[in-house]
Design a protein around this ligand. Structure first.
Ligand SMILES: [Zn+2]
Ligand SMILES: [Zn+2]
Length: 189
């Protein structure tokens, strides 16, 4: 029997081919672990999975990716950020899943549709998910480099305030100047 069977509700038996979880590609390994509320560690690397249960988990995740409404409030009673149905505009990716667990300790399964409000509540205003809405094409690498830069060097140069300066002109000098430029001393065409 593989290690995953006990976590799943169905009674399907394992297939004969059992292998260690850490030979599965990393993203998929994260998905499988997210399904049984675990994070990758030395201990989880010792778990074994079979093809039957691997496929069951892949299918469950794919089904979740096909859903449209934000599924965060139904994951856990402490996540009632909205009572009404809201459309999710993203799905929880393996990266987002890990950031949410690290920040909040809450496992939101990969593929769960998530709305903007729930992302803000779970990840905060400074998260890459929030910032990339305003900077299209922002990559995780650029985001974290910029954060590093801010931590080491400080924020970028402040935007210069343009001040309009009014210059007071002495009326006598002004009249003198006008007299001069309109006088016959200045050659005019
Ligand atoms: Zn199995
Ligand atoms: Zn939501």
């Amino acid at each position: 029997m593989c290690s995953i069977k006990d976590f799943l509700d169905n009674c399907d038996n394992c297939s004969d081919d059992r292998y260690f979880l850490n030979v599965v590609p990393l993203k998929e390994e994260t998905c499988i672990l997210s399904e049984i509320s675990l994070l990758k560690s030395d201990i989880t690397s010792q778990l074994r999975i079979c093809d039957i249960h691997r496929n069951i988990i892949i299918e469950t995740t794919n089904k979740r990716y096909r859903r449209k409404n934000c599924g965060v409030p139904s994951v856990n009673v402490i996540l009632k950020y909205h009572n009404t149905t809201k459309a999710g505009d993203r799905h929880v990716t393996p990266e987002m899943f890990q950031r949410i667990v690290t920040k909040t300790g809450i496992f939101i399964p990969i593929g769960t549709p998530i709305c903007r409000l729930c992302r803000e509540k779970l990840l905060g205003n400074n998260s890459i998910e929030h910032v990339e809405e305003f900077i299209p094409g922002l990559t995780a690498w650029r985001y974290y480099e910029a954060k590093k830069h801010t931590a080491n060097v400080g924020v970028g140069l402040p935007v210069k305030e343009l001040t309009e300066k009014k210059v007071k002109i002495n009326i006598d000098s002004l009249e003198h100047f006008i007299d001069f430029v309109t006088s016959s001393h200045v050659i005019k065409d």
